[in-house]
Design a protein around this ligand. Structure first.
Ligand code: BG6
Length: 590
């Protein structure tokens, strides 16, 4: 996924505005960046390889009141200046920034090449600006040309474009997110809200198949299908900007880990009636499926245990990228529960489409209010974690698990008991997250920093947390970490263990504690250096990280010290934990 930002209005420092804006979207992709500004009636483009973070917005203060910018996560075409956005049309009159994939770009490219257009890049995006130029030949306006072009595109996209002939921004979306910031006599367009929150809290969301044309004073929403105007209601954003900032912390990842002192409690603060309605819907459904990607997927796996152990209720987990293959099992009476932090992950949106095509209902558990998944679901629960900017998901994961645990208890009509268990865990987490605890784990990271392999074991809901722990460590430290169900060790993975191999064991005071302890002892017998994450110390551990005894909420507290370990491993290995290589905060392309 990439980040796009656009501004049109009466300000004369639009260049500075869009550079500041796109810097707030850097977590969406940081392979290259670029800006296009309308200066004295012609378009000036500047683009570079690398992160926009270090760029000084003040160096873009030429008089300009219309500009677009982009930060790239490369999918089509390598990381080169030519492939960086914005892309210009052949005659230089149109500039485009784009997030998503135009799937039929090769066909469009060869059609345009036959018409004499010469392509400068390997990207799919470049077909947009050349096709816009082509459509302008017969269109009655720039917006009209954009609509005609959109009707030729297959795939998921969000793009913003400007044209020398008009003081207008045109933008369109199908699939990839695009939000409009409404100011006084000025309009902002961005992939996400934090990008323009310093200017306005009044937003409007472009829905799928919609486009806008705006000159800052007048903003019109149009249907791409029939060109008709769409009346849309503005929304006021409630969360404050500080929540989206690093505050006293050096990195968003550590700030968001520490936010869990409060975010778990906020996740528990759900409307009781709605939770019960959802629990009843699960009880009455003919087959309930859980689905998500990455960390959210591991959260779904943990929820399978919550529903089984607490509610004695069978639910099925499937990774969203695989879910469309499950359509055979879907009935109109089925229920799909999707979990997503960003609410924009394309594989999750496709899973929802699969379920809806079968007439099944969809419950979404999301963090990003107003996101596509939030707006497309039949039922929605917000986890109230506040903006999560670090690529590695932390506070969203524990918030998602808290909501799913609450639902499991509601399924057994024990909602208050569930709330108590979670509020207790939130209190314990608040106590646990203190500087001495961080220093203890930092010390362990220092001793592990030279290891290139690390294994994590767990049973019951600690098994998916072993998998999530592996993702966290892989994502930010690039250590080859792998998670296993404790009992699976003997059936292969134990062959990987040699003297000093670091192995983490996740435990709780539950019925599988002794099993995991004996698995840990087996690892130690093969020379492993064992790190126990458990309520009590045990001689099976070479190192111990204490966690509270949180009962059925153990998975929620157990993953937090691994988040901290991953953070310090990244620092000790000289890496930026907020922007790991090759990753993006949410993947809006297939
Ligand atoms: C990946 C992120 O791109 O998407 C992960 O790097 C995240 O952290 C995964 O877990 C799923 O994202 P989301 O927003 O759907 O929860």
């Amino acid at each position: 996924m990439c980040g796009i930002f656009g501004y049109v209005g009466k300000r004369v420092d639009a260049g500075r505005v869009v550079i500041r804006g796109i810097k707030n979207l850097e977590y969406r992709g940081y392979d290259s960046w670029g800006i296009a500004r309308m200066i004295d009636g012609s378009i000036a483009v500047e683009k570079n390889i690398g992160k926009i973070g270090a760029v000084n917005p003040e160096s873009f203060s030429d008089v300009c009141s219309l500009a677009i910018a982009h930060t790239r996560w490369a999918t089509h075409g390598g990381v080169t200046v030519a492939n960086a956005h914005p892309h210009l049309s052949q005659d230089g009159s149109i500039a485009v920034v784009h997030n998503g994939i135009i799937e039929n770009f090769q066909a469009l490219r060869s059609e345009l090449e036959k018409k004499g257009y010469v392509f400068q890049s390997e990207t799919d995006t470049e077909v947009i600006c050349h096709l816009l130029q082509e459509e302008m030949k017969s269109a009655k306006s720039f917006a009209d040309a954009a609509r005609a072009a959109c009707r030729r595109f297959d795939g998921w996209y969000a793009f913003a474009a400007m044209n020398t002939g008009t003081h207008e921004l045109v933008a369109a979306r199908r699939g990839s997110p695009l939000i409009v910031g409404i100011g006084k006599g000025e309009t902002f367009i961005a992939s996400d809200i934090p990008a323009f929150m310093e200017h306005t809290r009044t937003v409007n969301y472009l829905d799928n198949g919609e486009m806008i044309v705006t000159n800052g004073e007048r903003t019109t929403f149009l249907s791409i299908e029939n060109g008709k105007e769409i009346k849309k209601r503005n929304v006021e954003i409630t969360w404050d900007r500080e929540q989206a900032e690093k505050g006293e912390y050096e990195h968003f990842m550590l700030k968001e880990i520490m936010d869990q002192k409060e975010s778990i409690r906020r996740a528990v603060n759900q409307d009781e009636e709605q939770i019960q309605t959802i629990a009843d819907a699960i009880r009455d459904a003919k087959g309930t499926f859980l689905s998500g990607c990455g960390t959210a997927g591991k959260v779904c796996m943990a929820a399978e245990y919550f529903f089984s152990v607490i509610a004695k209720h069978h639910v099925n987990y499937a990774p969203s990228s695989e879910f469309p293959l499950y359509h055979h099992f879907l009935l109109p009476e089925s229920l799909l529960i999707v979990v997503s932090q960003s609410g924009e992950t394309v594989d999750v949106l496709e899973a929802m489409e699969t379920a809806k095509k079968k007439g099944a209902k969809v419950l979404a558990i999301v963090n990003a209010e107003g996101s596509s998944i939030h707006r497309l679901a039949d039922y929605t629960l917000l986890i109230n974690a506040g903006p999560e900017r670090a690529v590695a998901s932390t506070k969203a994961a524990t918030g998602q698990m808290a909501v799913l645990l609450l639902i499991a208890y509601a399924l057994k009509k024990r909602l208050n008991e569930g709330r108590q268990v979670l509020l207790e865990a939130a209190e314990q987490t608040n106590d646990m997250l203190n500087p001495r605890y961080l220093t203890h784990i930092e010390g362990i990271a220092d001793r592990l920093k030279r290891h290139e392999n690390l294994y994590i074991i767990g049973k019951s809901w600690n098994y998916p947390m072993a998998l999530e722990s592996a993702i966290k460590i892989q994502e930010v430290s690039y250590v080859h970490a792998e998670g296993f169900a404790g009992g699976e060790l003997k059936h292969g993975p134990i062959a990987l263990i040699q003297k000093g191999t670091p192995c983490i064991a996740l435990l709780g005071n539950d019925e599988v504690k002794m099993d995991t302890l004996s698995n840990t002892i087996e690892l130690r017998a093969r020379g492993a250096h064992t790190i126990g994450i458990a309520p009590e110390k045990n001689e099976a551990f070479d190192e111990w990280i204490r966690v509270p005894d949180a009962g059925t909420a153990q998975a929620i507290v157990n993953v937090i010290p691994v988040q901290i370990l991953a953070y310090y491993l990244a620092l000790k290995r000289g890496l930026d934990p907020d922007m790991p290589r090759n990753l993006a905060k949410s993947v809006t392309v297939k």
